[in-house]
Design a protein around this ligand. Structure first.
Ligand SMILES: Cc1cc2nc3c(=O)[nH]c(=O)nc-3n(C[C@H](O)[C@H](O)[C@H](O)COP(=O)(O)O)c2cc1C
Length: 285
C-alpha cells in the first residue's frame, strides 16, 4: 500500500504517522524522534522539554547526524514564569539556522512564530483542540492542522469534540491537510482517521509505550495495563481532569514494542484491513 498524499509529500516522509510533542523534561528529544523518522514517520523535538537553547541545539544536531530523514520541531506556546515573551526567540533562531523543514506550534496562537518559518520557506503546522481554533489558524496561512480529540491527552478545552466529530466536520470546512490526534494507537485507528478525511495521524500515548521512550518503566506498564472499560478513568479523561499521563489510546495498547515494530505493525495491519475490504468488494482491487 502506498501512502502518498499531500501531507507525506509536504513532510518528505514514507508514512503519514507523526510522533506527538512531549514537553516533559527529557522526553521529547532525539531518543524518540530519531527512531520514528528512521521508521518512516516524522519525529518531533519539543523545545520546552530542554533545559536551555544550547542543550536543544546539541540534541537537534545529534538527531540530524543520526538520520538523513526529516526531523521536526515543536514550539508549545504555554504560560508560566519560565515562558516570558522572549522565551522562544533563541529556539526559533536555532531551528531556522539548522534548516529544519517543518515546525509545529501548539496550544495558544502561535502565528508570530509560524509566519516567520513560512517566510523562510518552511512548513508550519499548528495543533489545536477545537474546530473554532482550527478554522481560525487555517485563516492565518498554516500549511496543515493537527486537531486533538477529547479522548486524547494534553491541552484540553471545554469546546473540544471527539476525534470522529473533529475530523469529519473539519474535512468539510477547510481544504488544507488535517492530521488526526486523540485516542489513536493501532492500525484500525490509523485507517479510520484516513477514512474520515485526515491526511495523517499524530500520536502521543502510543509512542510513550515504546521501548525507546525515555520515561519510567512503571509509566509504560500503566499504559499497557490501563483498562479502557474502567469508567472512572474514562470519565476523568472526558471530564478533562488532569487524570494522568496517558489517553484512551491505551485501550488498544498491550505490549511495549520498539518504535519500528510499532510503526510496521500499523502499516501491516492497515494493509490487512484494506485487503479484507477488497475481498468484500468494498474497494476495487
Ligand atoms: C507526557 C505528555 C506530554 C505532552 N506534552 C506536550 C507538549 O509539551 N506540547 C504539546 O503540544 N503537546 C503535548 N502533549 C500532547 C501530545 O503531543 C499529543 O497531542 C497527544 O498525546 C495526542 O493524544 P494521544 O495521547 O491520545 O495520542 C503531551 C502528551 C503527553 C502524553
Amino acid at each position: 500500500m502506498k501512502f502518498d498524499n499531500a501531507l507525506t509529500r509536504m513532510l518528505g516522509v514514507k508514512y503519514p504517522i507523526i510522533q506527538g510533542a512531549f514537553g516533559w523534561r527529557g522526553t521529547g528529544m532525539s531518543d524518540i524522534a530519531v527512531p520514528v523518522s528512521e521508521a518512516g514517520g516524522l519525529g518531533i523535538l519539543t523545545t520546552i522539554c530542554y533545559d536551555d537553547p544550547d542543550q536543544f541545539q546539541q540534541d537537534l544536531r545529534k538527531a540530524t547526524s543520526m538520520t538523513d530523514k526529516p526531523i521536526a520541531v515543536n514550539f508549545t506556546i504555554t504560560k508560566g514564569p519560565r515562558f516570558n515573551a522572549d522565551y522562544h526567540a533563541e529556539y526559533v533562531r536555532i531551528t531556522l539556522e539548522e534548516n529544519v523543514g517543518t515546525i509545529f506550534t501548539s496550544a495558544y496562537d502561535a502565528s508570530g512564530i509560524g509566519l516567520k518559518f513560512k517566510a523562510a520557506g518552511r512548513n508550519w503546522i499548528h495543533k489545536c483542540a477545537t474546530l473554532k481554533h482550527a478554522l481560525s489558524i487555517a485563516g492565518k496561512g498554516v500549511d496543515a492542522v493537527v486537531i486533538v480529540g477529547l479522548e486524547g491527552t494534553g491541552h484540553k478545552n471545554p469546546d473540544q469534540h471527539t476525534t470522529l466529530i473533529n475530523i469529519t466536520n473539519l474535512r468539510r470546512m477547510i481544504a488544507i491537510p488535517i492530521i488526526a490526534a486523540g485516542g489513536i494507537g493501532d492500525a484500525r485507528g490509523f485507517l479510520a482517521a484516513l477514512a474520515m478525511g485526515a491526511s495523517g495521524v499524530y500520536m502521543g500515548t502510543a509512542f510513550m509505550a515504546t521501548q525507546e521512550f525515555r520515561i519510567a518503566q512503571k509509566v509504560k506498564e500503566a499504559i499497557v495495563h490501563q483498562r479502557v472499560t474502567d469508567m472512572e478513568y474514562s470519565k476523568k479523561i472526558y471530564q478533562m481532569q488532569r487524570s494522568g499521563l496517558h489517553s484512551l489510546a491505551s485501550g488498544v495498547i498491550d505490549t511495549l514494542p520498539t518504535v519500528r515494530e510499532f510503526i510496521e505493525r500499523i502499516i501491516e495491519g492497515a494493509e490487512e484491513i484494506a485487503a479484507e475490504f477488497k475481498q468484500w468488494g468494498m474497494l476495487q482491487a
